[in-house]
Design a protein around this ligand. Structure first.
Ligand SMILES: Cc1cc2nc3c(=O)[nH]c(=O)nc-3n(C[C@H](O)[C@H](O)[C@H](O)COP(=O)(O)O)c2cc1C
Length: 192
């Protein structure tokens, strides 16, 4: 019988490989974290999925800041609308992007890099789920304040932030309300 859970030996640790669709289906925003540290090999695997993400013309206009320092994590909270759970996690990841000087679609202008960074961040968030790590995409932040706390240079802007850690009180489960496919998909033209 084909085992549902496939185990591989990875860098001396037994790692559970999850089915891709199960990863996507059971990812959810986690807003409470255990303080348990994340092993370096696990963190590196998650970060590496952002590294290999696609980007327009392969320009890779991103930088990812891994924040472990307790003082810095605490300073990020007021810069993120006082969302205190961010500092509970052992790691906070801040994704930044710089203007690629490319006006995608003829209208995106300097915002074009948001597409690239968001793709990479989605890789990272799904990889985290596959590792049993919780995330919560944080879009409510003050760009200038986060840049000041982390010394991010002028030419980069913050695109997304997530706490990263093992969930405390919440379980991974299927998402709540979502629109049905019939409402969001149409074939051969836009359906009003
Ligand atoms: C671009 C973006 C910004 C978000 N910003 C926040 C945020 O600042 N704080 C928060 O708690 N959740 C934030 N979320 C999480 C959403 O509220 C959440 O993804 C949505 O309600 C669906 O729930 P789920 O992630 O559990 O499936 C954000 C999600 C996205 C994609």
């Amino acid at each position: 019988m084909l085992l549902k859970l496939l185990f591989i030996l990875c860098e001396g640790r037994l790692v559970e490989k999850m089915d891709f669709y199960e990863v996507v289906r059971t990812r959810r925003s986690i807003r409470s974290y255990k303080p348990d540290p994340i092993p370096d090999d696990v963190l590196n695997r998650v970060l590496d999925t952002a590294r290999i993400a696609p980007s327009g013309s392969n320009r890779q206009p991103w930088r990812f800041i891994v924040v472990k320092d307790e003082g810095l994590k605490k300073r990020l909270v007021p810069a993120c609308g006082n969302q205190g759970f961010i500092a509970e996690a052992p790691v906070v990841i801040v994704a930044c992007g710089r203007d690629i000087g490319w006006n995608r679609g003829g209208y995106m202008g300097s915002m074009s890099m948001l597409v690239d960074v968001s793709i990479a961040f989605t890789h990272l968030i799904l990889a985290a789920r596959a590792e049993g790590l919780g995330t919560c995409w944080i879009g409510s932040f003050d760009n200038a304040k986060v840049k000041e706390v982390l010394g991010i240079p002028e030419e980069y802007n913050v695109v997304a932030i997530t706490p990263l850690g093992y969930p405390a009180s919440e379980e991974f489960r299927e998402p709540g309300s979502r629109k049905p496919l019939s409402e969001i998909v149409s074939f051969n033209g836009f359906k009003q």
